[in-house]
Unconditional design. Structure first.
Length: 134
């Protein structure tokens, strides 16, 4: 007859310790999260107007979206008109020489497009573009 201590040793001999494998998996996960590139979205899905000529934007753009009812979106937040220039200046401080890209909905009022263009010019943006579909 086997002793109780001998049975316990036999049970432990057949088990696999997964701790080192989990450590490696978590380290790889952290590595991929840290090294990934995050794209900043304006925060609102717009229906782009059509254009006959469309050029791609070079570099990292500062995305500004305008909804059909005139809400201005940046980084997932609605931006009031009084804070528009300040927010563009803050983003330009993070990424100098970035281009302000206006993503206006087809039905968005033109006054809001002009408001963003004026704020970008006052913030001394190097370029301002309007997004469109070809």
């Amino acid at each position: 007859m086997k002793s109780f201590a001998r049975e316990k040793e036999d049970e432990q001999a057949g088990e696999i310790d997964l701790t080192p494998m989990l450590d490696v998996v978590f380290i790889l996960l952290i590595f991929f999260i840290v090294t990934s590139v995050f794209v900043k979205e304006a925060g609102y899905e717009v229906n782009y107007p059509e254009a006959s000529t469309v050029e791609p934007t070079l570099g990292e753009p500062i995305l500004m979206a305008i909804s059909p009812i005139g809400e201005m979106w940046m980084d997932g937040d609605i931006i009031p008109p009084r804070n528009l220039r300040l927010r563009i200046e803050q983003r330009l401080a993070e990424t100098p020489n970035a281009c302000v890209v206006i993503q206006a909905d087809q039905n968005a009022p033109n006054e809001f497009v002009l408001m963003i263009m004026n704020a970008a010019r006052e913030a001394q943006s190097s370029c301002t573009q309007i997004a469109a579909e070809e």
